[in-house]
Write a new protein. Structure first.
Length: 390
């Protein structure tokens, strides 16, 4: 069966006041199939990498970067470092709305990961509403009608509009509360139908994301909920890291991301044969880039783990002294490159050598290089030796 042209996978919905809403694949098969295969190959290589050695470190990095990415897209002001700090807080330690936004997004991610691993899980309207409730738990929205977990309802004289001229124009999504609930329910049903027809998660996830945003079922927070929903569909299919890291790709390509929704909507209105191709292709390109980046990151983390193990053994065997051990560990905290002149100004470094001579300082550093723990990069810079393997 050709899932790209199978007419049975098209759902035409007659709404009460919003006209006809059409759910369809709408893709260019050849281009999508090529990207799809490249992602499958990349995912296979990624899963075969030594993930188990660095899984906890990678998980923490992905959570922080994902929350930062999806939060920043929606106007969050925390830096990635501040996001990491916020996620380390307990609920009673949270001090402001920005920290609460980050904390809530992690709760939403944790929720979708927990439920999506259940056997034969597919998202429901109730799941979507719970994601929204978690995102807005204890947070006031700019929209006074927005209530955590509640779909948009009718408000006399109020018309909801989405988008702007910069990203392809303003769109008027369905307005009637009954239409919104109907469309969201049928979108969830359509996803199940696609699953039963053999449409892979890599195709279903962006399609559900796209139509979810076009339905725009909540007063506020649709972008965050839509990205969590997309991630859940992928997570259920065995993609454990990339679904959440994808938010950073969207942030990196934010203008293209926003414009793709309008492009697909307009293409469908003009009855193009593949109206959804731009958004799905953007998603697939993002997944390929994200998985490859994660693969590279795993390799780097493994190098670091092996390096740290070797470093500890040298210290335990007294082949390096406490000062040298401290220096290398501090270099690791800085990253891959350190300017020696700046390192020597640090309080911890000054304390190490407060009663020692410059000759001792030089000898310690020279021995670290001889043992191939540090490499000289020239211009007064050094780095851990594992950078040669990267």
């Amino acid at each position: 069966m050709d899932i790209f042209s199978d007419i049975s996978l098209v759902k035409r919905i007659e709404t009460l006041r919003s006209g006809v809403f059409k759910l369809q694949m709408g893709l260019e098969q050849e281009d999508v199939a090529l990207l799809y295969q490249r992602i499958e190959d990349a995912q296979k290589r990624f899963k075969e990498s030594p993930l188990s050695h660095v899984a906890s470190s990678l998980e923490k990095e992905v959570v922080v970067s994902s929350v930062f990415g999806t939060n920043t897209i929606e106007g969050g002001t925390l830096t990635e470092e501040e996001t990491e700090q916020a996620l380390s807080l307990s609920p009673e330690q949270i001090q402001n709305t920005e920290q609460k936004r980050a904390y809530n997004l992690k709760q939403a991610y944790d929720f979708i990961k927990q439920i999506s691993v259940q056997e034969q899980w597919q998202p429901s309207v109730e799941d979507v509403c719970e994601i929204h409730r978690l995102v807005y738990d204890g947070i006031a929205s700019d929209n006074p009608y927005n209530q955590p977990g509640a779909l948009r309802t009718d408000v006399d004289g109020l018309v909801t509009r989405v988008g702007n001229a910069e990203h392809g124009g303003v769109y008027k999504p369905p307005q009637l509360g009954k239409d919104i609930r109907l469309l969201l329910q049928l979108l969830m049903d359509w996803n199940r139908q696609l699953t039963e027809s053999g449409v892979p998660a890599l195709i279903r996830a962006p399609l559900v994301h796209l139509y979810f945003e076009l339905i725009h079922p909540f007063w506020d927070g649709n972008g965050r909920v839509g990205r969590v929903l997309e991630a859940g569909i992928l997570y259920a299919d065995g993609f454990r890291y990339a679904p959440f890291a994808q938010a950073n790709f969207y942030l990196k390509h934010i203008h293209q991301y926003f414009a793709a929704f309008n492009h697909c909507r307009k293409a469908a209105n003009k009855k193009h044969s593949s109206p959804n191709h731009e958004f799905v292709s953007l998603f697939l390109e993002g997944m390929l880039e994200t998985i490859n980046h994660l693969h590279d990151r795993v390799n780097r983390l493994v190098h670091i783990v092996l390096y740290e193990t070797h470093l500890k053994r040298l210290h335990d065997d007294k082949e390096i002294n406490d000062r040298q051990y401290a220096i290398v560990n501090q270099v690791l905290k800085y990253g891959t490159t350190v300017v020696l002149a700046e390192l020597r100004k640090e309080p911890w470094y000054l304390a190490l050598y407060s009663k020692l001579t410059d000759k001792t300082k030089s000898r310690d550093l020279s021995n670290l290089k001889k043992l191939d723990l540090l490499v000289d990069l020239g211009n007064g810079k050094v780095a851990p030796s594992f950078i040669r393997e990267m």
